[in-house]
Design a protein around this ligand. Structure first.
Ligand SMILES: Cc1cc2nc3c(=O)[nH]c(=O)nc-3n(C[C@H](O)[C@H](O)[C@H](O)COP(=O)(O)OP(=O)(O)OC[C@H]3O[C@@H](n4cnc5c(N)ncnc54)[C@H](O)[C@@H]3O)c2cc1C
Length: 541
């Protein structure tokens, strides 16, 4: 048990924590990173399930702040696999010598603000304390694995796994009867790979998801050269795109073109693969009728791929617009259901009643298995933050303040929690974007803000309640202009029983959001109160 006084504590050693540490060093701010895992990489450290892969192209899912590295690094595939991304993270840590300021196996349990000194006390599961002026939560939006609330969970006698906490040594499913619970993005990646190995695979599906083939392939040399020939310019364009990803967006409405042209556009994007499918027309996320044309196209594709019409119908998503739950990207997902060793179980029709010592029992029968894989996702966006006992002014808890849904200013700060920053917090584009672009933007904005404060002898910053409430209203208003709130998605907190249904990320677009943040900074950090030393609560309002 120790006590350390330091300028800043960063929680999390994923890409956000890594880049934050690098920028703080550049400002001469002494910082330590506390991470519960045993190395860097965050998402790519934890999610080692078979088939784990990025669905943003490799040339774009990487840091842009290291111009030499982005020229030198060679991605082997169009979409990088988890091991390759983890190698990349380790390389960046090595190159910038980040690990010397990181403490692994260290879970932050509490962070409390002292109003008199304007300092945070951060406590860890090992009983260590860090007293710091700044506390940066780089805890990740998808870092708190979620197990389903099913009776008998602990009674299963075989091996159980969660895709988000996969064993480092890997798992050999050869000859095994495997059950996968869940059909979200992780499951869609894992199922085709597990099916190739397992004796039998049973997939338990509640909600089918839309998925587009990735058409993953070895990196094309010409494509790589095109990116590298003018990386900075391409990155600059990507930063202003709605999703932070550079791809062709069609500015026509799906309803203004003749059916043949619409079909041809979808076909071309289906053939090219990846999430750019959703850029086929400008109104796919705002107009239900337009959206239906894309959704029906994908359903037709599924019916064309899956041979058993009953299975195809179960796999074809209905009842919510395409793109409003995270769009998935796969390699032979639907084809996998043509294999003789794969069974699909519809748990909407016959819900899972219990996990038993031998397998999974639904209302209509028991499915025996040797291994159980939970691909049941995460307590997204807020889970990692609310699991830490964060106490701001007046000892108020963040979890309580967010009981009806997260409230932030720009997804960067919450009123009443001075000098506590969130990287890609709720209320920012975060999970709706190429997250590395969003991480870099937040870290850069925050670093510039701290430099601004340093230059003026200011040490405390806090979002005003007024600015926060206006931002929350704006986030909701923009979300309500889209089809997103129509789906019971994890964006809405719908996968966690009891979690308030609030659309958490900012859908206004990465470029627009970036401009707003820059404008706020240019106006002297409008909506924030900056001061030297402790600031009484009254002055903060
Ligand atoms: C399976 C999967 C696939 C994904 N694919 C894509 C994709 O294709 N494109 C994309 O843009 N994004 C994708 N993402 C999102 C991904 O999370 C981000 O791209 C990015 O890696 C987030 O980096 P981060 O540093 O913000 O958070 P993370 O990588 O989640 O890192 C946060 C770290 O904080 C640590 N931490 C949390 N709480 C504590 C605590 N209390 N104490 C100590 N440490 C703590 C965690 O252990 C973790 O290591 C994917 C996510 C998942 C789970």
């Amino acid at each position: 048990m120790s006590e350390t006084r330091i300028d800043a504590v960063i929680v999390g050693a994923g890409f956000a924590g890594m880049y934050m540490l690098h920028r703080l060093r550049g400002l001469g701010i002494a910082a330590v990173v506390l991470e519960q895992g045993e190395d860097v990489g965050g998402t790519w450290y934890w999610n080692r399930y078979p088939g784990a892969r990025c669905d943003v192209e490799s040339m774009q899912y990487s840091f842009s702040f290291l111009p030499e590295l982005q020229q030198e690094w060679r991605w082997s595939e169009r979409f990088a696999s988890q091991p390759e991304i983890l190698r990349y993270a380790a390389h960046v840590a090595e190159r910038l010598d980040l690990r010397r300021d990181m403490r692994f196996h260290t879970r932050v349990t509490r962070a409390a603000f002292d109003e008199a000194s304007a300092l945070w006390t951060v406590e860890t599961d090992g009983g260590d304390r860090y007293i710091a002026r700044y506390c940066v939560m780089a805890t990740g939006c998808l870092s708190t694995a979620k197990l389903p609330e099913i009776e008998g969970l602990g009674s299963f006698e075989g091996a159980t796994y969660h895709t988000g906490a996969w064993p480092h040594e890997g798992v050999d499913f050869s000859g095994k009867r495997v059950a996968v619970i869940g059909t979200g993005s992780s499951a869609i990646q894992a199922i085709p790979v597990i099916a190739q190995q397992a004796a039998h695979l049973t997939v338990f599906q509640r909600t089918p998801n839309f998925s587009i083939p990735s058409r993953n392939a070895p990196m094309d040399d010409d494509y790589e050269s095109w990116w590298k020939s003018d990386y900075e310019a391409h990155r600059a364009k990507a930063r202003m795109m709605r999703t932070g990803i550079l791809y062709g967006l069609n500015d026509k409405s799906a309803l203004e073109v003749p059916p043949e042209e619409r079909e041809a556009e979808y076909e071309a994007r289906w053939a090219r693969g990846g999430t750019a499918f959703m850029g086929a027309f400008s109104d796919l996320i705002t107009n239900r009728e337009a959206n239906d044309t894309a959704a029906e196209f994908v359903r037709r594709k599924i019916r064309g791929i899956v041979k058993d019409p009953k299975v195809a119908e179960l796999l074809a998503p209905k009842g919510y617009p395409i793109g409003t739950k995270r769009i998935c990207v796969d390699t032979e997902y639907f084809e996998t259901f043509n294999r003789p060793n794969v069974t699909l179980v519809d748990v909407r029709e016959a819900p899972i009643e219990a996990i038993t010592p031998r397998g999974v029992r639904t209302r209509t029968g028991e499915y025996e298995c040797d291994a159980l894989v939970f691909a049941t996702g995460f307590d997204a966006m807020t889970g990692a933050l609310t699991r830490i006992d964060i106490r701001g002014r007046g000892d108020a808890g963040l979890a309580e303040a967010w009981a009806d849904g997260p409230r932030t200013y720009l997804g960067l700060m919450a009123a009443g929690f001075p000098n506590l920053f969130m990287i890609t917090g709720p209320g920012s584009p975060s999970v709706l974007s190429n997250m590395i672009v969003s991480i870099e933007q937040h870290v850069d904005w925050l670093s510039d803000c701290l430099a601004h404060m340093q230059a003026r002898g200011l040490t405390t910053i806090e979002a005003t309640l007024e600015a926060q409430e206006a931002w929350v209203a704006h986030v909701n208003e923009v979300a309500d202009r889209t089809l997103y709130p129509q789906a019971a998605s994890w964006y809405m907190g719908a996968n966690v029983p009891g979690k308030p249904r609030v659309f958490m990320p900012y859908i206004g677009g990465v470029g627009t959001y970036r401009e707003k943040c820059a404008e706020i900074a240019a106006k002297g950090y409008e909506g924030f109160r900056l001061s030297a030393g402790a600031m009484p609560a009254a002055a903060a309002e």
